[in-house]
Design a protein around this ligand. Sequence first.
Ligand SMILES: [Zn+2]
Ligand SMILES: [Zn+2]
Length: 154
Amino acid sequence: MLHLLITPDIILLVVRDSIQILQAQGYKITKPRKQVLKALEETQEPLSPYDIQRILRQQGKYLNHVTIYRILDLFRRLNLAHRVLSSGGFVKCALRDKQGCHRLMVCRCCGALQEFIDDKLCQHESELAQNSGFHTEYHLSESSGICSDCYKKQ
Ligand SMILES: [Zn+2]
Ligand SMILES: [Zn+2]
C-alpha cells in the first residue's frame, strides 16, 4: 500500500524551485541558465546539449552548445539535473535539494526514469573503495532494466 506523508521536507521540496537553489548557492540567474532550466523542466526524456539547442532555436533563442554544456555541468554538480549514463542525455532532478548521491533506474523499454537515494549504498561503496586505499569523491552508477509496468506487459 502506498502511504504518502506530507512532511515539512516534502513541502520544502515542492516550494523550492531550481532558481531558488541556484541563488542559494550564490549563482546568478542568467538568461541562458533560465532557458536551459526551462527546456529541462518541460521535457521528460533525456536531452543532449544539441537537443536543448534545437528546442531553444524553435523558440527563437540561440545558445551555442558549449555554453549549454557548461550550464548542464553546473546543474549536474548542484543536483538540479542528472546525466543518464546509458544515453548520455540530461534530465531534471526529481528529488531536488535532497542531499546525497542521486541514482537512476532506467527502463530500456519505455525509457521511464526512477530516481532514488540510498545512503547505505553510498557508504558501502565508499568503504569498499577505502579498503583499496581509494578516496571517493562521488559515485556514478545507474541501473538499467525493465520497469514494473513494462515487466507486467511482457
Ligand atoms: Zn536528483
Ligand atoms: Zn518501462
